[in-house]
Structure formats: structure tokens, C-alpha cells
Design a protein around this ligand. Structure first.
Ligand SMILES: *Cc1c(COP(=O)(O)O)cnc(C)c1O
Length: 357
């Protein structure tokens, strides 16, 4: 039977904190592909590895799952403006959903640390954009302060509506597989998504849909790894700008998700992230932004330590689309710019250049 995907609120209405009176602001988010990645499974020595490709959401990242909830509830409460701090994808998503709702969006971005694709989305959707002299953590403090004292509604993942919407990623994985994976792997910034997936799996477990929750494996970038060092990091540094976060907003939720699932947090270097970014594009066929390769990079690191069991089924969330931050694909392994070669219109010459003769 024909079925048009209706966005996560309508698809999971009974399992979300909404009522018949909640206005539904949707762009058709969710319902993203779970892509079988045999090349990655072979690389890490697991039975099955799947990528949950969240770059296929309407604004190109998983943030849309939470934003449909956050903006719908904000509008339900009569909000005329939403505000967020963002390393890029939250602002792109907030701006798009605010546009769909016909309300204003305000985004606070850290000075000079936002990928061009994401900034262009916020501009396109007519957000009021302010570059704050500070890092992401400073932007979030400011956004919290403004929303506490002025008529703007906070839509960062400290807003529980965001986590609520994002848990639908886990529901979709369970529906697609028919069971829960042994491990769920993902990149970690504020740890909202890590916490949200665990919440989704736990609800499935409590409903009797799955026999066990997956072990949750979360990975940060080495220069920005508060969970592995055990305390907030003052000046986080990494090329993976979406997870360049020193003081994760969902610290406690994430710790309890880790413990309840017998999971772990780890860290990988920028070089390992960029290596995996290239591997996913070249060997799997899925183009993600560098931050999104962090989970798979961490999985490989675990495999090298002998910590990935042979028969395991693993799902890795790849969080955002490669076109968000395309410059990384345009450099070779040595960091040199890749420029397409020029040729004439003569077939023999082109054939020769292609090594066909
Ligand atoms: C937001 C984001 C993350 C980090 O998610 P958290 O919920 O902050 O841990 C990772 N990757 C991408 C592409 C993101 O946009």
C-alpha cells in the first residue's frame, strides 16, 4: 500500500510527548535509510555494520528529528521566536523549522567556527545570525540566559523536546532490523543524540519489542573529549566542528546511558576522523561531514584493540551530510588541493589520460 512518510511526530504520535492540540511543524524528517556497509563490516571484522544515514533528513542532519518537536511545542506555547546556540547544524535546522512555522529564529554561532554550508542554510532560511566572540559553550550560556529573561524559546538539546524527537532514530533502527543491534555507535558533542538513542532503545525494551538494549559507544575528537578526560575541556579543538564542544550539555543523561547500556566513551584523532571520512566516501559510497565519521573512526579503533566481537551486528549513526562541509573532500591525503585535470575534446587524448590505451 502506498504510504507517504509523514514526519516523526505523525509517525510516532503515540510514543511522543504531544497531544491532539499540538500544532505539527514538519518538513518530513526521519524515515532515513539504514544502509548495509559490508566494506566497513569487513574493515572492523564484524558480521553486519549498518549506517543510519541522517544526512538524508530535510536540512541534512539528525537535528531535524528534535527540531520538529521543539518548534512544534514552542509554537504550541505561543512562541514568536526561537533561539539556539549552534556549531552549525542546529541553526540550519532551527532556521528551517522556524521558517515553516512562520516565526523568527535567532542563532548564536561561535566566531569563525561554522562550516560554510551550514551558515548558508541559516541565511537562506532568514535566521537572525549573530557571531559571538567566544566558543560554542559561551554561545549556549548566552542563549540560556536570553531565553530565561526574554521572549525567545530555547531549542538547543538542553530542551527535552529535542531529545524526545531524536529518540525516534532508535525506533526506526529496531523496525528496520526487527531486533536491536549489539552495539550502537555515534559521534558525541553535547551527547544529546547519544542520550536520545538510548532513550529510544530503552522504551523499546520496556515495551518488550527488543530483548536487550545495545551497548552505546560514543566517540569524541581527542582535542575535544571531556568524557574521556572526565571533566569539561576549556578550549576544545578539532576540525570536526559539529562536536567541538568542551562542556557537554547532556553530561548526566549520557553518563547514565553509558552505564545502563554497559557502553563506553572514547576519543579519536582528527587524522583518524579524516581517514574514516575518506573511507566512507570511497569504499562505502556515503558522503558525510567529518564530524559524522567520528563514530565509525572510533569503531575501527576498538576493532584494532580486539574489542569488536566477530558475530556482532552494529549500527553507526552518521549524523550529517558531506555537502555541509565539502572542503575536506577536495584535499588529498597529503592535504593538497584536488583540481580536476584539463583535457581537450579529442577522444584519443582523453583515452590516453584515462589509461585506456
Ligand atoms: C550536533 C551534531 C553532532 C553531535 O551531536 P550531540 O547531540 O551534540 O552529541 C554530531 N554530528 C553532527 C553532524 C551534528 O550536527
Amino acid at each position: 500500500m502506498a504510504h507517504l512518510w509523514r514526519g516523526v511526530i505523525r509517525e510516532y504520535f503515540d510514543r511522543l510527548d504531544v497531544t491532539k492540540d499540538t500544532p505539527i511543524i514538519t518538513l518530513g524528517e526521519g524515515g532515513t535509510p539504514l544502509v548495509d556497509a559490508p566494506a566497513l563490516a569487513k574493515l572492523v571484522g564484524a558480521d553486519q555494520v549498518y549506517l543510519k544515514v541522517e544526512g538524508m533528513n530535510p536540512t541534512g542532519s539528525f537535528k531535524d528529528r528534535g527540531m520538529t518537536m521543539a518548534v512544534s511545542k514552542a509554537v504550541g506555547h505561543g512562541a514568536k521566536a526561537v533561539i539556539c546556540a549552534s556549531t552549525g547544524n542546529t541553526s540550519a535546522s532551527a532556521a528551517a523549522y522556524a521558517a515553516a512555522a512562520g516565526i523568527q529564529s535567532v542563532v548564536l554561532v561561535p566566531d569563525g567556527k561554522i562550516a560554510l554550508g551550514k551558515l548558508s542554510q541559516a541565511v537562506a532560511h532568514k535566521a537572525q545570525i549573530l557571531q559571538v566572540e567566544g566558543n560554542f559553550d559561551d554561545c549556549l550560556d548566552l542563549a540560556r540566559d536570553l531565553s530565561a529573561n526574554y521572549a525567545v524559546h530555547l531549542v538547543n538539546s538542553v530542551n527535552p523536546d529535542r531529545i524526545e524527537g531524536q529518540k525516534t532514530g532508535a525506533f526506526e533502527v529496531v523496525e528496520a532490523l526487527g531486533f536491536a543491534p549489539d552495539f550502537h555507535v555515534l559521534p558525541v558533542g553535547n551527547a544529546g543524540n547519544y542520550s536520545a538513542y538510548f532513550k529510544g532503545y530503552l522504551e523499546d525494551f520496556n515495551a518488550g519489542t527488543i530483548k536487550a538494549v545495545p551497548k552505546m559507544w560514543g566517540f569524541q575528537a581527542e582535542g575535544s573529549a571531556p568524557f574521556t578526560v572526565g571533566h569539561p575541556v576549556k578550549n576544545p579543538e578539532t576540525i570536526a566542528t559539529a562536536i567541538r564542544i568542551g562542556n557537554p550539555a547532556s553530561w548526566d543523561l549520557a553518563q547514565s546511558a553509558k552505564e545502563c547500556s554497559q557502553g563506553m566513551f572514547g576519543a579519536v584523532s582528527d587524522a583518524e576522523i579524516l581517514w574514516m571520512h575518506r573511507f566512507l566516501s570511497q569504499e562505502v559510497g556515503v558522503f558525510v561531514e567529518p564530524s559524522s565519521a567520528t563514530g565509525a573512526a572510533g569503531l575501527l579503533k576498538q576493532a584494532k584493540l580486539g574489542l569488536v566481537p566477530k558475530g556482532a551486528t552494529i549500527v553507526v549513526t552518521v549524523t550529517g551530510h558531506g555537502l555541509k562541509d565539502p572542503m575536506w573532500a577536495l584535499k588529498d591525503e597529503a592535504g593538497q588541493e584536488i583540481v580536476p585535470e584539463k583535457v581537450s575534446t579529442r577522444a584519443e587524448e582523453v583515452a590516453e589520460r584515462l589509461g585506456l590505451v
